[in-house]
Design a protein around this ligand. Structure first.
Ligand SMILES: Nc1ncnc2c1ncn2[C@@H]1O[C@H](COP(=O)(O)OP(=O)(O)OP(=O)(O)O)[C@@H](O)[C@H]1O
Length: 355
């Protein structure tokens, strides 16, 4: 697949903050690529460097294979949607949306046609005559998206464009954005700290932490095969359960012991055993692959119940059916789906692969 945008060894320092540390990214043409990471990871800085709004200290930016490190933002032809909507206060929503087209002196009929197209896409027809001061944050965010979508740029760069929407609208807009992406066939580079957004929209995700890429892959590849302990706990809610252990022929922790399903370790290896709450069940069929513990807390969530269980002084969370009734202090056993467990080196925190 050809690359739309490549970041090659990009570093960027602000004073004594190393925002990006030799960052590498390869964004395939036409993909919905999500840059995912916690606050301060360097996501916005990455977008700004790619867009030409920030000059990197080292490294290169390639656009469709051509070095664009020194190109101006306009020459790069990337449409950016900012977290702060940056709308013109004295223009109506319609004028804000069409400003890039009017700047290019397109005929009115074409401007109107484009306005109609994106208003329908974003369901903002009823907002077109309003000024920014007359709109909610979520409405302004959609107008800002509209202003990017009237253009036909090389790629769209979006910096957390859904943060100001309420939950219902955010869920709706996720579906809309994936639909818009499919219909436009353009490259989307989308920044978020919300792993649910990343899981639901991305073809490909790059997980960013402290200015470096931790892992790149399809959302399910990362969810099912996290490269290290940090990625494992960042992707998924509730967080992946982690229990300290010694790995050899078996995985053994305080008060528990499981067969080693083939993790490649030699001798007694200090490790961390990871298992997601949905890969645990309180209905035990096979004694050999169960953990024993006592119920610490029960959290009914409507569609499921989270049961917090203490195992040898550490805690794990189990996703149980909504009908589950457990009492605090009650002894329970949790069946482990041994096909879906993870093991991380205690020192390096890197995933240990199976033989
Ligand atoms: N103009 C600047 N001057 C000084 N420090 C900056 C500047 N821009 C970013 N930083 C620092 O660089 C680091 C990365 O910031 P960046 O905004 O890229 O993170 P982010 O992942 O986008 O975070 P958020 O999700 O909170 O927007 C942070 O430590 C931030 O404080």
């Amino acid at each position: 697949m050809t690359s739309a945008i490549v970041a090659e060894g990009i570093s960027k320092t602000f004073g004594d903050v190393e925002a990006l540390k030799s960052l590498e990214l390869d964004i395939p043409e036409g993909s919905f690529f999500v840059l995912l990471g916690p606050s301060g990871a360097g996501k916005t800085t990455t977008l700004r460097v790619l867009a030409g709004l920030e000059k990197p200290d080292t490294g290169r930016v390639l656009l469709n294979g051509i070095d664009a490190t020194k190109a101006t933002p306009a020459e790069r032809d990337l449409a950016m949607v900012f977290q702060s909507y940056a709308l013109y206060p004295k223009q109506t929503a319609a004028q804000n949306i069409t400003s890039p087209l009017r700047a290019r002196k397109l005929p009115k009929s074409e401007v109107d046609a484009q306005l109609k197209r994106v208003s329908e896409l974003l369901h903002i027809e009823e907002l077109l005559n309003r000024y920014p001061a007359q709109m909610s944050g979520g409405q302004m965010q959609r107008i800002a998206l509209g202003r990017a979508l009237v253009r036909d740029p090389r790629a769209f760069l979006m910096d957390e464009p859904l943060t100001n929407l309420d939950l219902k609208l955010r869920v709706e807009m996720r579906t809309e954005l994936t639909r818009i992406h499919r219909s436009l066939g353009r490259t989307f580079l989308y920044v978020t700290n919300d792993q649910v957004e990343a899981m639901s929209m991305a073809d490909k995700v790059a997980v960013l932490r402290e200015g470096t890429v931790q892992q790149v892959g399809a959302p399910t590849e990362i969810y099912d095969g996290p490269a290290n302990r940090w990625v494992a706990t960042f992707m998924g809610s509730p967080r992946m359960n982690m229990l300290d252990c010694t790995a050899n022929g078996r995985l053994e922790g305080e008060g528990w012991s499981l067969p080693n399903p083939g993790f490649g370790v030699s001798g007694d290896h200090r490790a961390v055993f990871g298992v997601r709450s949905e890969d645990l069940s309180l209905e035990v069929r096979d004694e050999a692959t169960a953990l024993e513990g006592t119920v610490y807390a029960v959290e009914p969530l409507g569609d499921r119940t989270l049961v917090d269980v203490e195992v040898g002084g550490q805690r794990i969370v189990i996703k149980a059916p909504p009908t589950a009734t457990y009492k605090v202090g009650e002894p329970v056993r949790a069946a482990v789906d041994m096909e879906r467990v993870h093991l991380f080196d205690a020192e390096s925190e890197q995933a240990i692969t199976r033989r």
